[in-house]
Write a protein that binds this ligand. Structure first.
Ligand SMILES: NC(=O)c1ccc[n+]([C@@H]2O[C@H](COP(=O)([O-])OP(=O)(O)OC[C@H]3O[C@@H](n4cnc5c(N)ncnc54)[C@H](O)[C@@H]3O)[C@@H](O)[C@H]2O)c1
Length: 447
């Protein structure tokens, strides 16, 4: 089938290449000329495991095409995906300007019937707004062309986005049209071979399913972080508790890792957006507000531990920071906990020596060159000459460090672990002090 995808960010690009890989002809449109020029040469704007190879492969087979020419994209296919960003507006609600801009572009260029499928995460009622927007432009153009608007929210996770799109757990489709359902079933048929993954529902329910899923996951994380903070005060090791509750099949092990807060382009903005939408319709979403505020505080946790350890005398200290991306296997630093930590350390007069397996370029782009920020080529180089080590992202390569060497390198012999990667007893056995999240230890120790 011919398919057009508007927006080649994490969602649009991954979905486009996965559709191309099963044999569809995909035309990708973006307004970012640099991005499109690079993609035409097979150069990717983001890091995602396996993505580069798949893009190159499908470019060679001429199954995927990148352009800024919107008319070409609109003419290319009946199916038009919208996968542009929905960043938070000033008040935290989802800003739909990019979604509506694409809807307008499609309406202005279409000369045949279209099925517009929205993949961006959008508030309930957005499909109606997209529909109304297209209809009003067609009316102005004085033409009557049939079109439909469906919702197909995306559930991929950065870091395993390809796998998630190639083997989705479910494909949510919001439509009340049999014809649209039939087309979407045909499109996704290759991903539904071992069982029917497609769940058809009404458009508003599909839009809400995405928010509910993200808010549920964010709630699990904030809940566990609240328990970790209590554990710290009660002399309890939250890691033992985590194992204890995770074994309950009603709870499960996923998304109950305590840590220094969630980040990324989805959870923070989606929790906020749903809370603001609730407010607009007169509902006080207390849980969502709590999830958001617990997470906000949790991102300050590492700095609080550090500040407490050093009795606020941080000026002139050098911190090795392992991990800049908001989670492993991505270079995305949007809303990353590392940013809150680094900016607090700078304010307190500290220097940073940072290492991340993939997000160094992004960190450079965000912070530029400054005397108190050095990006190091390896994790070992980052600890060389540092006073303390702080772990912010749980990359696999950080899991088994040489603790003896770390003891030699770190002048103040201390590790602050925002992801509870280590066994405190193992770390302490080499003479290093260790502070995780909710490990039931007093932090009020001076060096
Ligand atoms: N990143 C994720 O993990 C993820 C997962 C599921 C859902 N989502 C949702 O999917 C949507 C897209 O997220 P993302 O992370 O891919 O965003 P992104 O910021 O990485 O990419 C958005 C792309 O859209 C392009 N764009 C903006 N206006 C355009 C226009 N008028 N025409 C064509 N292109 C345009 C931008 O240049 C950019 O390349 C958001 O609503 C997000 O909440 C994201």
């Amino acid at each position: 089938m011919n398919v057009t995808v508007f927006g080649v960010g994490y969602v649009g690009l991954v979905q486009a290449v996965v559709l191309a890989d099963v044999g569809h002809n995909v035309c990708c449109i973006d307004v970012d000329e640099k991005k499109i020029e690079a993609l035409k040469k097979g150069e990717l704007p983001i890091f995602e495991p396996g993505l580069s190879e798949l893009v190159l492969n499908n470019l060679q087979r001429k199954r995927i095409d990148f352009t800024t020419d919107a008319l070409k994209g609109v003419e290319h296919a009946e199916i038009q995906f919208i996968a542009v960003g929905t960043p938070p507006d000033e008040d935290g609600s989802a800003d739909l300007k990019y979604v509506l801009e694409v809807a307008g572009t499609i309406a202005n260029h279409m000369s045949k019937g279209k099925i517009v499928i929205n993949k961006s995460t959008v508030p309930v009622g957005t499909a109606d707004r997209v529909r109304a927007h297209i209809a009003s432009i067609l009316k102005k153009r004085n033409i009557d062309i049939p079109f439909d608007v469906a919702s197909n929210p995306e559930f991929l996770k950065e870091g395993s986005a390809l796998e998630d799109c190639m083997r989705p757990e479910r494909i949510i489709v919001g439509t009340d049209s049999d014809l649209v359902e039939e087309k979407i079933r045909e499109l996704y048929e290759p991903f539904s071979r071992n069982r029917d993954k497609i769940m058809i529902m009404d458009v508003r329910s599909a839009e809400f399913t995405k928010y509910t899923a993200n808010c549920m996951l964010a709630t699990k994380i904030s809940f566990m972080n609240e328990m970790a903070n209590l554990a710290e005060l009660l002399g309890v090791d939250i890691e033992q508790v985590r194992r204890g509750i995770g074994s309950d099949s009603r709870i499960g092990y996923q998304f109950i890792y305590p840590g220094c807060g969630y980040g990324g382009s989805c959870f923070p903005k989606d929790v906020q957006a749903l809370e603001r939408s609730a407010k607009e319709i007169g509902y006080n979403a207390k849980i969502l507000r709590a999830v958001e505020s617990v997470n906000y505080k949790q991102k300050e946790k590492l700095f609080e531990h550090i500040s407490s350890f050093y009795k606020k005398n941080i000026k002139g200290k050098t911190f090795a920071v392992w991990g800049l991306a908001f989670k492993p296997n991505t270079d995305d630093m949007r809303e990353a906990s590392s940013r809150v930590l680094i900016e607090s350390l700078w304010k307190a007069g500290a220097k940073i020596q940072a290492y991340d397996p993939e997000a160094m370029e992004e960190a450079q782009r965000l912070y530029g060159t400054r005397d108190d920020f050095t990006l190091m080529g390896t994790k070992e180089a980052a600890t060389h000459g540092a006073d303390a080590l702080v772990i912010v992202t749980e990359w696999k390569s950080f899991r088994v460090p040489d603790f003896e060497k770390l003891h030699e390198e770190l002048r103040d012999h201390v590790i602050f672990d925002g992801r509870n990667l280590y066994d405190p007893l193992r770390v302490e056995s080499v003479g290093l002090a260790y502070y995780g999240i909710g490990r039931g230890r007093s932090i009020n120790i001076n060096i």
